[in-house]
Design a protein around this ligand. Structure first.
Ligand code: F0G
Length: 456
C-alpha cells in the first residue's frame, strides 16, 4: 500500500477555531508580527514546535493515574529511571523539568569563561546556556549541511576533521565537553549517522574530553540510521538507540520531543562524582533528585512514551509523513531543505524571498505570510534567531534563513498537511509582493521568543 496512514486511532479531539484573513491581519499586528506572541486559539495549524505538543496515548494517560506523588523515592521515579537506564544505558539519571534545565546544570559545572563547546549545530537554548556561563558555542556542521539541495542522508553529521583541527588549535584543555545533537534541529532536522557518532566519540576519548549527546529526537535519528545506514537494516531500532548512547559519556534530553510528554527532561552521565555535583544544583533549582521539577505522573508518562516512540511502525510513519510534505513542496518548485528530516519541514526563505535582505529577516516575513494566508504558525531559524551576538549585540546575517514547520507528534492528519501545502503554495505564487521586516524591540538572549517587529 502506498497510502500513508496514521498508525493510531483518535479517541479524543480538540476543536480548531477557524479565523478569517481580516481577523488574522489584526491579530498578527497586535502580536507585533511575532507568532510567539499570538494566542494559540488564534492559530489554525500550529507548527511552531514539536516540543511538548505531542498527543499522548491512552496507555500514557492511564499511567499518569498511577503516578506516585511521594516527595522522595516514589514508585514513579524508579519506573522512569529504569526505563531511561534500559534505553540510554547511563548509570546516573537526573530528572529535570525540561531539556534546557539539564543543559543549564551540566554547563554551569563544566563550562568556564574561556571554554569552547563544539556541536554539529547547537540548538538556541544550548548555545544560550553555554554563553550564559561565559563559554563559546561552536557549530561544526558537515560540508553537505551547507548545501540545502544535497540529498546526503546524514546532513546532521559533524565535520569531524574540523573538530580535530579545532582541538589542535585551541588545545583540549579549553574544550570541556563535545556535543552532538540528534537529530540536528537547527541544521534542518537532519540525522547523524552511527559512523559519525562513533568517530566523534573516538576523537573525544583520545583527547580525554567527555562526549555528550543532545538526545531530544534520538528515536527519529535511530530510525534514519535503520533506513539509510548500511548494516543496520535488520537491527531493532531500540538496539540502534542503545548503540548510539554506548559511545557517549552522557546526554541531555527534552522528553517534550521523542518521549511524547508535554513536559520533562533528564540529564545522564556515567560519572558518579559529576552526578553528585549536578544533584546539588538540581536540588537548588529543580527539586529533589527523585522528581527534579516533575510530578510523579509526568515521570510515568515519560516512561511510557520512551517505549512507545521506539515502535518502528510509528517511526516509519513519522519519517514518511514528513517526507510526504517535503516531496510535494519540491514537486511545486518551492525551496525546501532536502532530504526530509524527522520532525519538521524547513523552507529556504533566502530562496523563497531572494529580494528580501538578510537583515530584513526574510524568514520572519515568510512566517508572517503563512499565518496571514491560512493561520499556520511556524518559526524563523535564521538571522532573527542567530544573527545577534549576545556579548556585543552586533548583528550579522545567519548562515541560513529557514522557516521551520515543526510537526507535533500524532496530532495532525494528512489532510491537515494538505491544507498546509496549499497555503505555502498560495504564498509562493505571490512571493514577489512580500517585503521585509524590521525589529522594533528585542532582548539580549533568545530574542526570537519576544522580539517585536514591523513591516519595512
Ligand atoms: N535541544 C534541542 C535540539 C532542542 O530542539 C530543544 C528544544 C532543546 C534542546 C531544549 O529543550 O525545550 O525541553 O528545554 N527545542 C524546542 C523546539 C523548543 O521547538 O525545537 P526544552
Amino acid at each position: 500500500m502506498k497510502t500513508i496512514i496514521e498508525p493510531f486511532k483518535i479517541k479524543m479531539v480538540e476543536p480548531i477555531r477557524l479565523t478569517t484573513r481580516d481577523q488574522r491581519e489584526e491579530l498578527l499586528e497586535a502580536a507585533k508580527y511575532n507568532p510567539f506572541l499570538l494566542r494559540a486559539e488564534d492559530v489554525i495549524i500550529d507548527l511552531l514546535t514539536d516540543s511538548g505538543t505531542s498527543a499522548m496515548s491512552s496507555d500514557a494517560w492511564a499511567a499518569m493515574m498511577r503516578g506516585d506523588e511521594s516527595y522522595a523515592g516514589a514508585r514513579s521515579w524508579y519506573r522512569f529511571r529504569d526505563t531511561v537506564q534500559d534505553i540510554f544505558g547511563f548509570d546516573q539519571v537526573l530528572p529535570t523539568h525540561q531539556g534546557r534545565a539539564a543543559e543549564h546544570i551540566l554547563f554551569s559545572i563544566m563550562v568556564q569563561p574561556d571554554s569552547i563547546v563544539p556541536n554539529n549545530t547547537h540548538f538556541d537554548t544550548t548555545r544560550a546556556n553555554i554563553e550564559f556561563c561565559g563559554g563559546n558555542a561552536k557549530d561544526l556542521p558537515c560540508r553537505e549541511a551547507g548545501d540545502l539541495d544535497s540529498e546526503y542522508p546524514f546532513k546532521g553529521n559533524m565535520d569531524t576533521a574540523a573538530l580535530e583541527t579545532l582541538l589542535a588549535e585551541v588545545g583540549a584543555e579549553h574544550v570541556p565537553i563535545i556535543m552532538v545533537t540528534i537529530t540536528n534541529n537547527s541544521g534542518g532536522g537532519q540525522p547523524v549517522s552511527m559512523a559519525n557518532i562513533r568517530e566523534i566519540s573516538r576523537i573525544a576519548r583520545s583527547a580525554g574530553i567527555p562526549f555528550y549527546i543532545d538526545a531530544c529526537r534520538f528515536a527519529e535519528n535511530a530510525q534514519f540510521i535503520k533506513r539509510h545506514e548500511a548494516g543496520y537494516e535488520d537491527t531493532p531500532t531500540i538496539e540502534i538507540a542503545r548503540e548510539i548512547f554506548s559511545y557517549a559519556d552522557g546526554c541531555t534530553m527534552s522528553a517534550k520531543k521523542d518521549a511524547f510528554a508535554n513536559i520533562g527532561g533528564f540529564l545522564c552521565t556515567n560519572d558518579a562524582e559529576l552526578a553528585q555535583q549536578e544533584r546539588n544544583i538540581l536540588i537548588l533549582t529543580e527539586g529533589f533528585p527523585t522528581y527534579g521539577g516533575l510530578a510523579g505522573r509526568d515521570l510515568e508518562a515519560i516512561a511510557v512514551g520512551l517505549r512507545e516512540v521506539l515502535d518502528e511502525n510509528y517511526l516509519d510513519y513519522r519519517l514518511l509523513s514528513t517526507r510526504y510534505v517535503v516531496e510535494r513542496l519540491r514537486d511545486l518548485g518551492i525551496p525546501v531543505v532536502v532530504p526530509a528530516g524527522g520532525h519538521a519541514v524547513y523552507l529556504d526563505a533566502r530562496r523563497f524571498l531572494p529580494h528580501v535582505e538578510p537583515l530584513q529577516y526574510p524568514g520572519q516575513a515568510l512566517v508572517a505570510e503563512l499565518y496571514l494566508e491560512a493561520g499556520i504558525r511556524s518559526v524563523e531559524i535564521g538571522t532573527v534567531m542567530f544573527g545577534a551576538d549576545s556579548h556585543t549585540g552586533e548583528e550579522r546575517p545567519a548562515r541560513v534563513e529557514l522557516v521551520r514547520l515543526a510537526i507535533p507528534r500524532r496530532v495532525y492528519t494528512q489532510s491537515h498537511m494538505d491544507y498546509v501545502l496549499e497555503a505555502i503554495n498560495l504564498v509562493w505564487e505571490r512571493r514577489d509582493e512580500i517585503g521585509g521586516m524590521r525589529i522594533v524591540k528585542a532582548p539580549r538572549f533568545l530574542r526570537h521568543f519576544t522580539a517585536e517587529f514591523e513591516r519595512t
